[in-house]
Design a protein around this ligand. Structure first.
Ligand code: ATP
Length: 496
């Protein structure tokens, strides 16, 4: 029908042009305008198709179930259990119908980047024997009216078609970064197009019924559930929200083991220690640690990954790649004192805590001091927070003691110290007692400055008392460039 209309319009247009020419009317402007309209339409069609091809490419292997199993996902036991429970609504379709349960249409996976949300969605396809089609929210965003909505329609119709083609009864549509597509309506600039796209998604989700030949499940993933339009989250749409959080120590160990499966490890490797040292790492970080360790082993022509390779990889993932920067001798000496200051205070607040100290540039820093991982910690007392402020300020104070003045090298440390002091204030742990977020800025700034100043004074006293140790360790660090925690402690013991 649409095609014949198009042909009719072309025919009428051409007939009109011939008729105008026959009447002797100047037709050049008509031809020009017609040409421009056709060019615009051609461009729009092309944009829609080329972007849509991207969606299609991303779902390369639609009709094929991704080769990911829930056993390939480390940690996340609670998330996996909740997710599987929700997926059972699809697997146990007969029971669901018999009991008159309304179909599950959407599951939202929420959590920080790299925690395994995409892996979970892929594993769901295998678990439910479904066709899997993936797209990212950004693929639907267009400035042209109606294009996003059209892409949403195509995504869904494609899912039904692929499932029929593959003779499957279920299909999973995975939309990553769903916050881009499903942000609160009326909030975006050019919001009419955004709103239309979201409305189309809602319509498509509402269109899913139990009686369809192919049952569809939409799995969305986001790091920012707070940005989503409430209409997406209401019952009957994204019915289940599953949190996929950063893994705890056991989870990290499992993830490391998964990524070590195809890698030969030397006898000195202790993955438990690596799991201990990686609090706050996501699954993607841990995968990167194992991969970088294998690259170090290759670089050193080793057949097995050693503990040293893993340590190097850990520092690279934490702090960035080693850089070929060449600071002046004076700068290197300053960095040596700065890092020694951090290390001395680290040992003061927690004996045996220094893992390594170095004046080799990495990432954005000219040197670093790394501590051993401790047990996972989610709560801090005031004393612990004050110790962390001392640790932050120790580099700047060491510079002041050695050179009479500080440098810009401590800017990041100062920022971190201020953040911790602010945490103390808003947790009601400062002398101000319990305060609200609308505390006047002047009082907040003064309190933060006071907290930091008091800790700096204590650090100054300690480092001044241990000046000879600091001098010795800084000189040694300058010579060696990197000292292990044990080497550092031996130097300290020499000077006792
Ligand atoms: P984003 O929010 O940035 O899209 P995501 O949560 O979807 O991230 P994935 O794409 O699933 O994260 O994970 C990226 C990679 O990190 C995976 O391919 C895998 O190698 C590794 N990974 C992440 N989490 C896990 C996990 N729990 N177990 C094993 N590997 C993991």
């Amino acid at each position: 029908m649409r095609c014949s209309l198009k042909e009719l319009a072309i025919g009428v247009g051409l007939a009109l042009v011939v008729f105008l020419a026959w009447l002797g009317i100047e037709i050049t402007p008509v031809i020009l305008i017609g040409g421009l309209v056709l060019l615009f339409k051609f461009t729009m069609d092309n944009r829609t198709n080329s972007r849509f091809t991207l969606v299609e490419q991303k779902r390369a292997g639609a009709g094929v179930i991704p080769d990911v199993d829930f056993s390939d996902i480390g940690g996340q036991e609670v998330a996996k259990r909740e997710f599987k429970e929700a997926l059972d609504f699809i697997r146990l379709d007969q029971d669901v119908r018999r009991l008159g349960i309304r179909p599950l249409k959407g599951i939202l996976l929420v959590g920080p980047p790299g925690t395994g949300k995409t892996l979970m969605a892929k594993a769901a396809a295998g678990y439910t024997n479904s066709v899997f089609i993936a797209a990212a929210g950004s693929q639907f965003v267009e400035m042209y009216a109606g294009v996003g909505a059209q892409r949403v329609r195509r995504l869904f119709s494609q899912a039904y078609a692929e499932a029929e083609k593959a003779n499957k009864q279920t299909a999973i549509v995975f939309i990553d970064e769903i916050d881009v597509l499903g942000a609160k309506r009326g909030k975006n600039s050019g919001h009419m197009e955004y709103d239309q796209t979201l409305n189309e998604l809602l319509t498509q989700i509402d269109g899913i019924t139990v009686n369809q030949q192919v049952r569809l499940l939409v799995v969305g993933a986001t790091n920012r559930v707070d940005l989503l339009d409430p209409a997406l989250l209401r019952p009957g749409r994204f019915d289940r929200i599953v949190r996929v959080d950063l893994p705890d120590k056991q989870g990290r160990l499992q993830i490391l083991k998964i990524h070590a499966k195809d890698k030969p490890l030397a006898a000195d490797v202790d993955l438990d220690k690596i799991a201990q040292a990686t609090f706050g790492f996501s699954g993607a970080h841990l995968e990167s640690v194992m991969n970088e360790a294998a690259i170090y082993a290759l670089r050193h022509k080793r057949h097995e990954i050693t503990n040293q390779d893993l340590k190097e990889a850990l520092e690279k993932v934490m702090l960035g790649e080693k850089l070929n920067r060449s600071p002046s001798d004076e700068e290197r000496l300053r960095v040596a004192y700065h890092e020694t200051g951090h290390a001395l205070i680290s040992e003061k607040v927690c004996a045996g805590s220094v893992a390594s100290v170095s004046i080799i540039s990495r990432g954005g820093a000219l040197g670093y001091m790394r501590q051993h991982g401790r047990d996972d910690q989610y709560l801090y007392t005031k004393a612990e927070l004050l110790d962390r402020i001392q640790l932050c300020m120790a580099g700047a104070v060491a510079e002041e003691l050695a050179f009479g003045e500080r440098s810009t090298g401590a800017a990041g440390d100062v920022e971190q110290a201020a953040k911790i002091a602010k945490q103390i204030v808003f947790a009601g742990l400062s002398d101000l007692g319990v305060v609200t977020q609308d505390l006047p800025g002047g009082i907040l700034a003064r309190t933060i400055a006071q907290i930091i100043k008091e800790q700096e004074r204590q650090v100054y006293d300690y480092l001044a008392k241990n000046k000879s140790r600091m001098d010795l360790a800084a000189r040694k660090l300058l010579e060696e460039e990197t000292l292990s925690g044990d080497q550092f402690r031996r130097i300290m013991a020499q000077c006792a």
